[in-house]
Design a binder for this molecule. Structure first.
Ligand code: ZN
Length: 278
């Protein structure tokens, strides 16, 4: 092999490597251009490449911006203007190698996320309004509206569950109304029974004086829903005169219920819609 032949061979392998590198660069540039032009593809790309989990996102971006990023990456279908802007801001200079939350958060990113959070808050509030019109405003929707009213956002999973929970609250509220009505009938009988137990002097007092005592005995309050939990119509006192344990909130099924305290200003009537407690 001559020297010239050796040099030619070396040159050829160098040229081939250069060609391969140029082809790779060209393909990457095409992909970058496609990601910049197609927000749906960019969303999918960010979904696959974002390595931060919920808690890391929360730590980096805080609430509600972290929730807004999660909602953005979970979303499907057509993108709103603020969603497209947030995707571009999060993708940064090089959409092919995005580093969501791994770099200092610049003003353009936090501005885009603020707009995005506002967009999702409007979307979630509108949806909660539709569900309230269809199912009534039960604890799930009240909790959601309270979160949104306080400047927060519902997490993607909680937002997806809202309709099922609102429908469940409606079914439970039918049951709740039945139990409330049965207790309204039972309340005065219970007050008379308690007055009889106290003897002659107490019997001379108005039965009203024992209504509150009957409520304390029979009613509970759910710490989650703040709903009064009424006794089931067939529920009886145990042998020592106490309400047996084991009652559950008809709305959320929670069993560790609080005792009932009459509201100081509302006259203490527990047969209205909600527990009048702070
Ligand atoms: Zn409850």
């Amino acid at each position: 092999m001559t020297l010239l032949q050796c040099l030619r061979d070396a040159r050829r392998s160098y040229d081939e490597r250069l060609e391969r590198e140029q082809a790779t660069r060209g393909a990457e540039d095409d992909q970058r251009a496609r990601l910049r032009a197609d927000p749906v593809a960019l969303r999918e790309h960010l979904r696959q490449r974002t390595r931060l989990g919920r808690y890391e996102l929360l730590e980096r971006f805080g609430n509600p911006n972290a929730q807004a990023i999660e909602l953005l990456l979970h979303a499907d279908g057509i993108l709103a203007h603020s969603e497209r802007a947030a995707l571009r801001a999060l993708a940064g200079e090089d959409p092919l190698h995005p580093r969501v939350g791994e770099q200092p958060i610049v003003d353009s990113v936090s501005g885009a996320l603020t707009q995005l959070a506002e967009h999702y808050r409007d979307v979630q509030r509108a949806r909660a309004g539709e569900l309230a019109a269809a199912h009534g405003e039960g604890p799930a929707l009240r909790g959601a509206l309270c979160e949104l009213g306080g400047g927060g956002l519902l997490q993607a999973a909680a937002f997806a569950e809202l309709e099922r929970r609102a429908a469940g609250d409606k079914r439970a509220s039918v049951l709740q109304a039945r139990w409330r009505e049965a207790y309204t009938d039972r309340r005065e009988r219970e007050a008379r029974r308690l007055a009889r137990q106290k003897g002659l002097a107490a019997r001379l007092l108005a039965v009203d004086a024992f209504l509150e005592q009957a409520d304390r005995l029979w009613l509970r309050v759910c710490p989650s829903c703040r709903e009064i939990v009424y006794p089931q119509p067939e529920e009886q006192l145990d042998e020592v005169g106490l309400v047996p344990a084991g009652r559950a909130c008809p709305l959320c099924a929670r069993r560790d219920l609080d005792s009932w305290q009459p509201a100081p200003t509302a006259g203490g009537s527990p047969t209205a819609d909600h527990a009048g407690q702070a």
